[in-house]
Design a protein around this ligand. Structure first.
Ligand code: ZN
Length: 269
């Protein structure tokens, strides 16, 4: 039997790894490292979501539920239709959108990497118009579509930050993945409170969030004022505005991207 050179094997392995590992963020075109497939991310997020919801109570406030659902459907429909028209439809794979408001006074909202969006009653006092709900929702949807969760898990593995926890743990591949997921998101320590994303991810989510708002025909002009007003918050560690610090730099960045976002016209479904 003919021997296959080791270098050939290594080249093939490396090439296939690179195919899996490289991704491009929709619209911004930024290259990113993605070591996990969306199927894994979706499965892990589904588990986390079931856990969070089993310990939560859906809000009885009909108006809040209706607003969050309407804004969510408007934004996701618009962006998905834009992605489909521009050959980016793969970006929405593994995202099964759902919008819930839960009875909790915390000022918080999140979107898991499987498309499950949760608003807490506490944040509804601040996002008291559909446009303001759209500012937070657009930003959260952007994190999911831009695969920031997968990228963070990949970065943690590359930097070996999750390594310590994992090497001390002998378990199946699935259990290891679950552990990396929990380390990357900080889930498990506090109900539904996700670790803050990096500044780079935050700014990218702000930019894409505004673009998604514009695609759905919402008023992006409320965004700078919203972030300016909430910059005084953040006293509570589990507060949305502590993981989304709004300082002068953030507001300045948002103002800078307003003209770009304004170029996006409402997408006809
Ligand atoms: Zn964010």
């Amino acid at each position: 039997m003919k021997k296959i050179k080791l270098t050939t094997i290594l080249t093939v392995i490396l090439a296939s790894l690179l195919v899996v590992a490289c991704g491009k963020v929709m619209i911004t075109g930024r290259n990113q490292l993605l070591l996990y497939n969306q199927g894994d991310i979706t499965a892990l997020s589904d588990q986390a979501y079931t856990e969070i919801m089993s310990e939560s109570k859906i809000s009885t406030n009909r108006a809040h539920n209706a607003t969050v659902k309407k804004v969510g459907e408007d934004l996701t429909r618009a962006v998905e239709s834009y992605l489909a028209k521009n050959g980016w439809q793969k970006e929405a794979e593994g995202l099964d959108w759902k919008y819930e408001v839960i009875e909790n006074d915390q000022v918080n909202a999140f979107c898991l990497p499987n498309g499950k969006i949760v608003f807490y009653e506490g944040i509804m006092k601040i996002t008291n118009t559909p446009d303001l709900v759209a500012v937070v929702m657009g930003h959260e949807i952007a994190h999911a579509l831009a695969k920031h969760g997968n990228e963070r898990m990949s970065q943690e593995v590359m930097m070996g930050m999750a390594g310590q926890a994992i090497s001390a743990f002998i378990g199946s591949e699935d259990q290891k993945k679950q552990m990396i997921f929990q380390v990357a998101f900080g889930l498990g320590s506090q109900l539904g409170v996700l670790l803050p994303y990096s500044r780079k991810h935050e700014y990218e989510a702000d930019r894409l969030g505004l673009i998604i708002m514009a695609m759905a025909g919402y008023d992006i002009n409320v965004a700078p004022g919203f972030w300016e007003k909430t910059s005084k918050g953040g006293a509570n560690q589990s507060d949305f505005f502590s993981t989304h610090p709004s300082d002068e730099k953030r507001v300045a960045e948002i103002k800078k991207i307003m003209p770009e976002a304004a170029k996006y016209k409402p997408v006809k479904n």
